[in-house]
Design a protein around this ligand. Structure first.
Ligand SMILES: O=C(CO)[C@@H](O)[C@H](O)COP(=O)(O)O
Ligand SMILES: [Fe+2]
Length: 218
């Protein structure tokens, strides 16, 4: 299990002043920034495109963790990696060439991961575990920030952690949706090492303390 990492989600930032809000993420001592890309088809919402990532890239050294919520991610991974994404995660629910897309992400020099929704069986990601750097277990239905954490998903992160250990694999296990400083400990107890937090991070008065709680430093 990797050391705990907090990845604040840019979705909950002020979209008219992204560069300033990203400075808050850096000042909190974070290493990662989670960037949600939505297409209005796979999820009923729209967010950012490759241009946003390209414009942010020279402004920050944060590890850009790009979560693609697209029906056709295979058509966009190259654009996001060329724009500066450090890692790209792709959903397993749409029909497309998932192993080929993961291989393409790696060839283009980024880390890769797979994502599954709360209603998707954990078995859907099992075929890719040897090919990835991270599995993202959604703890809300994707599309919007500010929803309630679905604790039942942690049975699946526990299963992922068991597979990781039994097979001597080395992927991170991330949760995304409704994550806060109160539910981070139960996530950690179920194998999670990477925590996306949008609303809870940006609303917290003391962002350094928030990070320290989630990363188990206090
Ligand atoms: O991918 C998504 C939503 O689809 C997330 O990354 C959200 O941005 C998390 O926001 P909070 O639930 O933490 O407010
Ligand atoms: Fe996300």
């Amino acid at each position: 299990m990797g050391s705990p990492i907090l990845a604040p989600s840019m979705l909950a930032a002020d979209h008219t002043r992204l560069a300033e809000d990203i400075k808050c993420v850096e000042q909190a001592g974070c290493q990662w920034l989670h960037v949600d890309i939505m297409d209005g088809h796979f999820v009923p919402n729209l967010t950012f495109g490759p241009q946003t990532v390209a414009d942010l890239r020279p402004k920050t050294k944060l590890f850009l963790d790009v979560h693609l919520m697209l029906d056709n991610p295979q058509e966009f991974v190259e654009h996001f990696i060329k724009a500066g994404a450090d890692q790209v995660t792709i959903h397993v629910e749409p029909e497309y060439d998932i192993p080929g897309t993961l291989a393409k992400i790696r060839e283009l020099g980024a880390k890769c991961g797979v994502v599954f929704n709360p209603g998707t069986p954990v078995a859907a990601v099992e075929p890719y575990l040897e090919q990835i750097d991270m599995v993202l277990a959604m703890t809300v239905q994707p599309g919007f920030g500010g929803q309630s954490f679905q604790e039942s998903v942690l049975e699946k992160t526990k299963q992922l952690a068991a597979w990781r250990e039994e097979r001597n694999l080395d992927f991170r296990i991330q949760v995304d949706g409704g994550v806060n400083a109160d539910n981070a400990p139960i996530c950690r107890n179920n194998g999670v090492d990477t925590f996306v937090a949008g609303t809870a991070f940006f609303k917290s008065e003391d962002k350094v303390a928030f990070r320290q709680k989630v990363e188990e430093l206090v």
